[in-house]
Design a protein around this ligand. Structure first.
Ligand SMILES: Cc1cc2nc3c(=O)[nH]c(=O)nc-3n(C[C@H](O)[C@H](O)[C@H](O)COP(=O)(O)O)c2cc1C
Length: 404
């Protein structure tokens, strides 16, 4: 049964071109068993007819704050109390600005202010409007307040321009909402997550490393704890606080990470390898700091041990999830790695582009497993992590149900 079964969702539709896609969202939410009440801004009614939302949701559409009939029972407070979650799709630049400043000049914004349940935004606008500093600052402030968002996706826009600003697909919004209600999907599971980069010493003060910030792995550890798992985090050097409730072991080099993983792996049900482990280390690191001279310097690199392979080739391996950071042929390379390393699942992300992957606060993943795949639309890493944990929990459970 879907997590959304019998959940009460208030859908706010604001006035953007993507408002028509909100009709499909209502249909999908209802298909998953949710009860949906739609609130339209005045501008939204210029884009899509109220009647369509009414027919699809099976409920009257709410529009006016100062409607004496509806407000006899304090309509905005009633709606806020009724909802298990509020989703704004599409969220216009204007709506996000008003939300940021706490305006309450229509039913939709007043309802958001009066609500204490999770709020998910699906921004949609012209790419220049999205990239405008004002919109970006509004988006960051809202995120810092714990307001969730999904998208926008990049691509061809209704205005003919190409760039970020397309509303996330209704299917992706439905999945993200569903994750909010995923409770204890990992209760009783023992999960190990690796995160961050490794450092391979050249001498006592210098090292080879990479751009991994550890944010994705830490978000995954956090999401696994929230889902009820007992979590061990093996972390390379990062500038992050370990998530509460997670047993963290700090390491530096690929070799130390290998040893930390190996020493605890027997007690683990699910292994998630998110760390960007160095493929090579220095063959003979210098015991003393190397002095500069005019000669060119050659360093001999030697391959590090393959942590993932060492886990998946154990006699009874845990459910193993790998990550593939690719700069080209994302899905093809990821599928090859899934098979080559005998993984149960792989999460592929494109790195090298602006605003995604390493060092970024957002990510977009293509998750593949034997017999299935799912794209997780661009969203903050904590939201992506929750979706990934939910997918892992589902696949793990299915695997065990098949066996027993
Ligand atoms: C044809 C047309 C399309 C528009 N599309 C968008 C859009 O996709 N995203 C957006 O943020 N604003 C868009 N706007 C501007 C909003 O409609 C405008 O800012 C409005 O005040 C939003 O009101 P609301 O936030 O109360 O719904 C569009 C305007 C017009 C006339």
């Amino acid at each position: 049964m879907s997590n959304l079964h019998n959940k009460r969702i208030v859908l706010i539709v604001s006035g953007g071109i993507a408002a028509y896609k909100a009709l499909e969202l209502v249909r999908r939410l209802r298909d998953d068993g949710a009860m949906v009440r739609v609130v339209m801004t005045q501008a939204a009614t210029q884009f899509v007819g109220e009647l369509s939302f009414q027919a699809l949701s099976g409920e009257p559409v709410h529009r006016d704050l100062l409607d004496a009939n509806a407000e006899a029972a304090m309509g905005h407070i009633e709606l806020a109390r009724w909802a298990d979650a509020v989703v704004v799709a599409p969220a216009t630049a204007d709506f996000m600005a008003r939300l940021r400043y706490g305006l309450a000049d229509d039913l939709a914004t007043t309802l958001c202010l009066a609500s204490a349940v999770p709020l998910l935004l699906a921004p949609a606008m012209n790419q220049q409007m999205w990239q405008n500093q004002a919109t970006q600052e509004n988006a960051s402030t809202l995120a810092a307040r714990g307001i969730l968002s999904i998208g926008p996706d990049s691509g061809l826009q209704a205005c003919g321009e190409i760039g970020p600003g397309r509303m996330a697909e209704p299917a992706a919004i439905t999945t993200a909402l569903s994750q909010l209600f995923a409770t204890a999907s990992m209760a009783g599971r023992r999960v190990m997550v690796t995160a961050g980069p490794t450092r391979e010493a050249i001498d006592p003060v210098r090292y080879l490393s990479n751009r991994s910030s550890g944010k994705m792995g830490y978000a995954i550890a956090q999401a696994a704890v929230e889902a009820g798992a007992a979590v061990t985090l093996i972390s390379g050097p990062v500038a992050l606080h370990p998530p509460a409730g997670v047993r963290t072991t700090d390491v530096e080099s690929a070799d130390q990470m290998f040893k930390a993983v190996t020493s605890g792996i027997d007690e683990i049900d699910i292994f998630i390898a998110c760390a960007a482990v160095a493929d090579y280390c220095i063959e003979a690191p210098s015991a003393q700091k190397r002095k500069k001279n005019d000669e060119s310097l050659s360093l001999t690199l030697t391959p590090t041990r393959d942590i993932l392979r060492s886990v998946t080739t154990r006699p009874s391996p845990p459910f193993a999830v790998g990550f593939a950071a690719e700069t080209e042929n994302l899905v093809l390379n990821a599928r090859a790695k899934l098979e080559a390393k005998s993984l149960d699942m792989i999460a592929a992300n494109e790195v090298g582009g602006p605003g995604l992957g390493f060092e970024s606060n957002e990510n977009e993943l293509h998750v593949l497993w034997n017999g299935g795949e799912q794209r997780l639309a661009k969203a903050p890493k904590d939201l992506i992590a929750r979706q990934l944990i939910s997918l892992i929990a589902e696949c793990y459970r299915r695997g065990h149900d098949d066996i027993h």
